[in-house]
Design a protein around this ligand. Structure first.
Ligand code: ZN
Length: 357
């Protein structure tokens, strides 16, 4: 038997709230005042406590071609968050309660889609992204379907709760292929690449090599994970491979950069029969020597989002097992200093940047 909870409203809600929005079709971010959203019967209202700035948010901030094509104006954006439940819709049957600490899956899916009905929620082609296609989390309050709400274990802090979205991308990418005993190449030392490298190590890889061109991020990676960080502007990857005894190439590559030279290098450095999981999104069409893919019998897997909700369970398991993501959060600001947060993200001299609401 399912019970239908009446609308709970134990927290007094203000009528309006502050948010960070794209108010003009131009570079930048603006503060805005908006009505506090009210949950539909299947939705939950969350009082946001922490948000993290994603690379996606930087694209929106900088208003690049992708953002111009994708982001409606005006719109509050942001999708990496943690908070507490402020109100529960009248039709919600999940055992959630007001005041509960939560994060959320930012992909809003059609539960009746063909993909969802086979259990592949993350492959619904009609997915809508919180803070990308609909109002986002850079605000005092956020409404999402109860289906998407992720209760936070007591030992997961609000700060870590706000970076579970990119951690999920990292775990999902690292799970595409069996890494046990493999030499693994991770291209791109952004926060997701660093986390994927750490997960690869914990998944039993023999060696994990992480490449980038950004010394700050490579140094950050070495603090967080037992990986060989390689700056490809100064070090020859082939020399590194030789020093690690990788004679025939990497068994698996995780491509997290979207950068054409990195993708080419990953294909070049894979062994015969190697496997390539691709999460980084190239900005435009690129030239790849497809004959290399064919002649090396390489398997390529495109990776999107994270599994609902198996990846989340894996994440909590990894955290509980001692994977410490705290060093990845390099900057924390109160929301009033949001501009400093975006500046830190744009500088390339940051890991995750967390804003407190
Ligand atoms: Zn994100």
């Amino acid at each position: 038997m399912t019970t239908t909870l009446a609308v709970e409203q134990e927290i007094e809600l203000p009528a309006t709230m502050t948010g960070l929005a794209k108010l003009e079709a131009a570079p930048g971010v603006w503060t805005t005042s908006a009505d506090v959203p009210r949950p539909a019967p299947h939705e939950v209202l969350i009082k946001v406590r922490r948000t993290a700035i994603c690379g996606t948010d930087v694209h929106i901030y900088q208003w690049d071609e992708w953002a111009q094509r994708t982001i409606p104006v005006p719109m509050i954006f942001g999708h990496e968050f943690s908070g507490v439940i402020a109100e529960i819709g009248s039709g919600v049957s999940r055992p959630l309660h007001v005041g509960q600490r939560v994060s959320g899956e930012g992909h809003i899916i059609d539960i009746d889609s063909a993909a969802a009905r086979t259990g592949l929620f993350h492959l619904d082609p009609g997915t809508k992204g919180v803070g990308v296609n609909r109002q986002g989390a850079f605000a005092d309050y956020l409404c999402i379907p109860a289906f998407n709400v992720i209760p936070l274990p007591d030992d997961v802090s609000d700060d870590i709760g706000a970076i579970l979205d990119p951690f999920g991308n990292a775990v999902h990418t690292a799970q595409q292929f069996d890494l046990l005993g493999e030499d693994v190449l991770v291209t791109g030392a952004g926060p997701i690449g660093i986390m994927a490298a750490a997960v690869a190590r914990r998944a039993g890889a023999r060696s994990v090599v992480l490449t980038d061109v950004n010394p700050y991020r490579l140094a950050l990676a070495e603090r967080l994970a037992d990986v060989r960080a390689v700056n490809v502007t100064s070090d020859d990857l082939r020399d590194v491979m030789a020093s690690l005894g990788i004679a025939n190439g990497f068994g698996v590559a995780l491509e997290m950069s979207g950068a054409e030279p990195a993708i080419r290098q990953a294909i070049d450095a894979l062994a015969m029969g190697g496997k390539l999981a691709m999460l980084g999104i190239p900005a435009k069409a690129m030239q790849i020597a497809w004959s290399d893919i064919i002649m090396k019998a390489i398997t390529i897997r495109g990776v999107y989002g994270r599994e609902m909700f198996r990846t989340w369970n894996k994440m909590f398991g990894l955290l509980r097992n001692g994977l410490d993501l705290e060093p990845l959060i390099t900057h924390r600001f109160p929301i009033i200093q949001f501009q400093a947060g975006f500046d830190a993200m744009c500088s390339g001299q940051s890991g995750k940047v967390v804003l407190a609401w």
